[in-house]
Design a protein around this ligand. Structure first.
Ligand code: NAP
Length: 264
């Protein structure tokens, strides 16, 4: 039932699969563009009330919310740099105040700098670690207490094939995504006895701005490594994220690859 608000007894009535997300509050970091925008649409279509986080693309986030509302769903945009611990905590607090406590956390925001390690600046390294890895910790630290109190919840980190296999020219990104998979396992282990599942979804090369920003040679090099021979669409990745939330009721601490065969 899109557009409904969660009732006080929702947690007691829920089934383990989260098959129907009606009234669940889902926070998606980096929901304004690319894979994150597709995840927002997919979760809203399943009935979730979606908090669309963005850092600087206010117009894009507003568009995502408008599209969801036009389809009969419910969404609200929230600005925050999730790589900043204070802003990440404040984001979870304002989503909770505006929409209700966070039932589903998807940390999707990410960025990649292209530079060989011996030429990588402190700023590029720090930013790669902050947005791709530390933000997942900051957001989880803020959202987990309410999930633990409720005895349920679902966390999905959008990692990358680069979290399992290395890539040239992106040492900060590769290190952060490997770390994100470690964090997935650690939080899954800590949270399982509270009914909370924590998993990672690892896309391969996907048709978004992140890839459009690469030069043609780098893009061709990445595509040459894909057994399925093409990029994923954001919707293909979003469908897997939604399935992990709605259907994978006995999976926690796992990595679900959507990489066209790059990581196997
Ligand atoms: P994208 O099109 O570049 O979009 C990035 C999103 O992250 C935007 O919504 C952006 O917000 C947001 N963001 C970046 N830094 C942020 C910050 N500090 N705080 C809050 N939001 C921030 O990227 P994408 O391709 O959709 O990637 C989404 C995720 O998939 C990332 O984690 C990425 O590593 C992963 N991934 C992508 C690919 C690929 O080939 N595209 C492959 C593997 C993994 P603004 O709009 O406000 O800038």
């Amino acid at each position: 039932m899109p557009g409904s608000t969660r009732s006080a007894g929702a947690h007691e009535e829920e089934d383990e699969t989260m098959d129907d997300l009606s009234g669940r509050v889902a926070l998606v970091s980096g929901g304004s563009r690319g894979i994150g925008a597709a995840i927002c649409s997919e979760l809203a279509a399943a009935g979730a009330v979606v908090a669309v986080n963005y850092r600087s693309s206010a117009a894009a986030a507003t568009q995502v919310c408008g599209d969801i509302q036009a389809a009969g769903g419910r969404a609200q945009a929230f600005a925050a740099d999730v790589g900043d611990p204070r802003q990440a905590a404040a984001l979870v607090a304002s989503v909770t105040e505006s929409l209700g406590s966070v039932d589903i956390l998807v940390h999707n925001a990410g960025l990649q700098h292209t530079a060989m390690a011996h030429k990588m600046s402190d700023q590029q390294w720090d930013e790669a670690l902050a947005v791709n890895l530390s933000a997942a910790f900051y957001l989880s630290r803020a959202a987990l207490p309410a999930m633990r109190a409720a005895g349920s919840g679902c966390v999905v980190f959008v990692a990358s094939a680069s979290g399992s296999v290395a890539q040239v020219g992106a040492a900060g990104y590769v290190a952060a995504k490997h770390g994100l998979i470690g964090l997935t396992k650690a939080l899954a282990l800590e949270s399982a006895n509270k009914g909370i599942r924590v998993n990672a979804v690892s896309p391969g090369i996907t048709d978004t701005d992140m890839v459009a920003d690469l030069d043609e040679r780098a893009k061709a090099g990445l595509l040459a490594r894909v057994p399925l021979g093409r990029m994923a669409s954001p919707e293909e990745v979003a469908a897997t994220v939604a399935w992990v939330i709605r259907g994978a009721s006995y999976s926690t601490g796992n990595v679900f690859h959507v990489s066209g065969g790059v990581a196997m």
